[in-house]
Design a protein around this ligand. Structure first.
Ligand code: SAM
Length: 246
């Protein structure tokens, strides 16, 4: 996979690319990236990339020309990239979208700043608009890195045995079960006996039930969306009964 990030502030993202799993993934040639300052593409003699909004009002609007030309330069020789506009008005980001983007060969992220973008960028250039949540950031860089991090960790062989993406929260449709490590007894706080039993069948069932319990407690909206098996429904019934008795 190749990732291009169009930004006026490349220094905001370079550190994230060069640490932890993202750095290791590049060392294993799982992806490459390029940071493009779209100011380098402006035709404005004062190097401006923004202008006042037509009709008046607060803030500056990113002009179409530098962004259209920067995208054109990075997509020239490559086949159909996804061109992603980071934007609070976009599609709410989730794990399903991360899985979809992880199948692509080339992603281009456009990070806005100031009041926003000229609407023609949205209408005629991008393939996706992504929001990372219902709040407003000063720029698209942090959001782009959230998306990139979550996509790269899904690329084949990026995560080692120590981490497992398929069991993560949201990948299964539910929140993940609780984890424990040594010691079995930490200052009187004990690990559940079942995890020390060595009975893999029972451990798997305990984990599934805890995953259902946690999701029921914290994110009932996920449970309602999920197509639960007969076995899950029995476990869920036990969990709900316990709640009703409280
Ligand atoms: C100050 S915001 C502009 C907000 C815009 N005036 C609006 O109300 O929709 C500047 C830039 O930050 C980025 N941004 C802000 N919030 C975001 C969010 N929740 N998700 C993704 N990008 C965001 C976008 O790139 C946006 O163009």
């Amino acid at each position: 996979m190749h990732i291009d990030v169009l930004t006026l502030f490349p220094e905001m993202v370079s550190g994230v690319f060069n640490a932890s799993i993202l750095q290791k993934a590049q060392e294993k040639n799982k992806f490459s990236y390029n940071l493009i300052n779209f100011r380098d593409y402006t035709e404005n003699k004062h190097s401006k990339v923004d202008d006042y909004p037509y009709g008046g009002g607060a803030g500056m609007v990113l002009a179409p020309q530098p962004i259209f030309d920067a995208v054109s330069a990075v997509t020239k020789d490559k086949s159909k990239p996804r061109i992603i506009l980071m934007c609070p008005q976009g599609e709410p980001y989730n794990q399903k979208k991360a899985e979809e983007l992880a199948k692509e060969e080339h992603l281009v992220f456009i990070c806005g700043h100031y009041e926003g973008y000229d609407e023609r960028i949205r209408d005629h250039l991008v393939t996706d608009e992504i929001s990372i949540g219902d709040y407003v950031l000063t720029g698209g860089e942090l959001g782009a890195m959230v998306v990139i991090d979550s996509v790269v960790r899904l690329l084949p062989d990026v995560l080692g045995n120590k981490e497992s993406a398929p069991e993560d929260s949201f990948s299964t449709g539910l929140l993940e079960h609780p984890h424990y490590t040594r010691p079995a007894d930490f200052r009187g706080m004990k690990v559940p006996d079942i995890l020390l039993s060595g009975d893999h069948g029972k451990i798997a069932q305990w984990r599934r039930k805890e995953s259902l319990r946690r999701t029921y407690e914290r994110r009932r909206d996920l449970i309602e969306r999920e197509n639960l098996s007969e076995k899950d429904l029995i476990l869920l019934d036990e969990i709900q009964n316990k709640y009703d008795r409280r």
